[in-house]
Design a protein around this ligand. Structure first.
Ligand SMILES: NC(=O)c1ccc[n+]([C@@H]2O[C@H](COP(=O)([O-])OP(=O)(O)OC[C@H]3O[C@@H](n4cnc5c(N)ncnc54)[C@H](OP(=O)(O)O)[C@@H]3O)[C@@H](O)[C@H]2O)c1
Length: 324
């Protein structure tokens, strides 16, 4: 089968770490299911993997990709929960299992014609979504959904999303609006700020711009470039929720501001199976659809990976043809 394989870690030249090639399908483990992939979307996680962040090189070669949707051997249309974990080890929450792994970290990922996953990772595809749209949901939307839940966002509250058109951020804007919050976003370009309004934000600002008023919750996965601004945008008692640090993770903690303004800093990673099921229902009820930048063939992956690393994508890039 055709697959995109990570062969090494190359922080300086990520495309040299990637090979699009034919690989033999492994034997199916007991309790695991075979999924014929119809679509798989890119995430920043794929760029980190090629750079060697958070992965032991001893596990290579492995198939890249952590987001996807497809059809099981018995014809079930599914999206894939990417977290391989034991909920019992996480006291009922698989994202808290100390041994959890995202697809492509220790197990073959979604950028292949066929994927093997534990049965519990199969979630019915929301009926209103195409396979390409469903392939955008588990990582980007699942992560955004858990972030907003962990921050306790509710109707009538105000939310700022730092960055507008990234996978997680575009989802956070749409979900925040669907949850009844007033959503503002920042972005580096006028085009992306216009897209933020289309996604459900009621106003969009330049990155770092002073806001008309402070907000209850800030979503920040940009990190070093926006963290200082995020802390200053919060009302007393507000919360900033982070799931990533695209521009760097070493920021000034500003402890005086945190205790004096009684701010909360909330970390969040991925989502549980139950949250993904709940999210699918919410997206169906509110008719929410992921923003897709473009659909590509597997052989067009290197160009898309470069665009992702350069921040030149609006929404998600989705592989929908694995044979070419
Ligand atoms: N912990 C988890 O479970 C989890 C899950 C998913 C993602 N993540 C992390 O979250 C981050 C985003 O992932 P993604 O897949 O959504 O990536 P993405 O699609 O590439 O989005 C990147 C976002 O960051 C913003 N950005 C990048 N550089 C910026 C800068 N210098 N100044 C201001 N904004 C900047 C972009 O805003 P513009 O609109 O201005 O381009 C865009 O919204 C990554 O670090 C990823 O590893 C973590």
């Amino acid at each position: 089968m055709r697959a995109a394989v990570v062969t090494s870690h190359r922080p300086d030249d990520i495309l040299a770490a990637l090979e699009i090639t034919d690989v033999a399908e492994r034997d199916l483990s007991p309790g695991w299911a075979r999924v014929h992939m119809r679509a798989a979307s890119l995430n920043m996680h794929d760029v980190w993997t090629l750079r060697g962040v958070g992965q032991d090189p001893a596990v290579l070669p492995l198939i890249l990709g952590c987001d996807g949707a497809g059809v099981t051997d018995d014809g079930r249309e599914v999206m894939i929960l990417p977290v391989i974990a034991d909920a019992d080890r996480g006291a009922g929450d698989e994202t808290l299992d100390p041994k959890r792994a995202l697809l492509s970290e220790r197990h073959d990922g979604t950028f292949a014609e066929v994927l093997h996953v534990p049965e519990r990772c199969l979630i019915d595809k929301p009926a209103h979504l195409s396979f390409a749209e469903a392939a955008c949901v588990p990582v980007a939307w699942g992560t955004a959904y858990r972030m907003l839940r962990r921050a306790g966002l509710g109707p009538g509250q105000s939310l700022l999303v730092q960055g507008a058109t990234g996978g997680v951020n575009s989802a956070a804007i749409a979900l925040g609006a669907a949850m009844g919050a007033r959503v503002w976003a920042t972005s580096r370009t006028a085009d992306k700020r216009a897209t933020a309004l289309d996604l459900g934000a009621s106003a969009a600002f330049e990155s770092g711009e002073k806001l008309p008023e402070r907000v209850d919750v800030v979503v920040d996965n940009v990190g070093a470039a926006t963290w200082r601004h995020s802390l200053r945008c919060l009302k007393p008692g507000g919360a900033v929720v982070t799931c990533g640090a695209t521009t760097g993770g070493n920021v000034d903690a500003e402890l005086h501001r945190i205790f004096f303004q009684q701010l909360s800093i909330i970390g969040s990673t991925g989502c549980t199976r139950a949250e993904l099921v709940e999210l699918g229902r919410l997206m169906e009820q509110a008719e929410l659809r992921p923003l897709i930048d473009r659909e590509i063939t597997l052989s067009q992956l290197p160009e898309a990976i470069t665009d992702m690393a350069d921040g030149a994508i609006e929404g998600k890039v989705v592989i929908t043809d694995f044979s070419a």
